[in-house]
Design a protein around this ligand. Sequence first.
Ligand SMILES: Nc1ncnc2c1ncn2[C@@H]1O[C@H](COP(=O)(O)OP(=O)(O)OC[C@H]2O[C@@H]([n+]3cccc(C(=O)O)c3)[C@H](O)[C@@H]2O)[C@@H](O)[C@H]1O
Ligand SMILES: Nc1ncnc2c1ncn2[C@@H]1O[C@H](COP(=O)(O)OP(=O)(O)OP(=O)(O)O)[C@@H](O)[C@H]1O
Ligand SMILES: [Mg+2]
Length: 266
Amino acid sequence: MALPKIDLELARQSIVSGLRKYVFEIAGKRGGVVGVSGGVDSAVVAVLASQALGPENVRVIVMPSASTPKSDIEDAFLVAKRAGVPEKNVELIDIEPILGSFDRALGGMTNVERGNLAARVRMAVLHQRAYRYGSLVVGTGDRSEILIGYFTKYGDGGVDVLPIGGLYKTYVRQLALHLGLPERIALKPSSPRLWPGHEAEKELGISYEVIDEVLYWLFDVGLEPGEVSKVAGIERSIVDKIVEMHRKSTHKREPPPIIRPAIRYL
Ligand SMILES: Nc1ncnc2c1ncn2[C@@H]1O[C@H](COP(=O)(O)OP(=O)(O)OC[C@H]2O[C@@H]([n+]3cccc(C(=O)O)c3)[C@H](O)[C@@H]2O)[C@@H](O)[C@H]1O
Ligand SMILES: Nc1ncnc2c1ncn2[C@@H]1O[C@H](COP(=O)(O)OP(=O)(O)OP(=O)(O)O)[C@@H](O)[C@H]1O
Ligand SMILES: [Mg+2]
């Protein structure tokens, strides 16, 4: 069985009104800043942020590195246009020189170290811009990535609000089509592009179709792993791997534990 269908228009409306309320009323800010990559998550968030906050109150920052394909940069600009964000609010910031200076200062890095650093450099840029414009950093993490910990701690995880954090990747793709985004973007294979050729499903070793179905049975229905395997017809070892990804990434979803000192007032 595949994931059940959802009312996409209801999801859209509730995210738009929730985001508007959070940014303007609860946080008391003027707008939102979004890092747009050319991938589906940031495309959907850019459009929803524009609908929620007004296109003139949204800033789009495109931040390629050496491992970003040119076609992604073009898609990112197309997304900003489709979201109606005025050209003056769209910025291209090449992060390669910033990464280069870290490389020199740190004496070289592995692919993974450099990739996670790229995510943290983007986070730092987004917060600098957000502060300047009296805005919030609008995050692009989806429910699948959050539940399995597939994001860089204090990198793409270092955001102020998560409009699609309650939607599995499968639903984000459907919402992208519902919002009228091009199929090329809505159906683009998910890729963090943290190193050349880096693709999410290759690294994870499981497709999002399977991940989302397992997460649905575990977290929405509340079944045990053995039951999930039977109901979904998915090998037990795959279900266990997803459960393990969730368990091992608990620290990414929670604030750092404070080690409580023993205090005796004298
Ligand atoms: N048990 C524990 N309790 C508290 N903290 C713990 C910890 N274990 C590790 N840590 C800390 O966490 C750090 C490791 O976490 P982290 O730095 O995130 O590193 P890590 O989870 O190893 O790598 C990030 C993963 O997210 C993927 N990613 C990143 C960015 C974007 C996207 C995307 O989909 O676009 C995907 C990336 O491909 C990679 O698989 C360690 O350096 C350590 O500081
Ligand atoms: N080149 C980039 N320019 C601007 N922001 C980026 C860039 N690469 C990554 N980001 C930011 O990091 C986030 C995490 O990347 P991620 O790859 O998970 O999202 P995505 O590309 O929008 O969608 P998908 O996960 O399907 O690839 C992006 O949504 C975006 O906010
Ligand atoms: Mg991507």
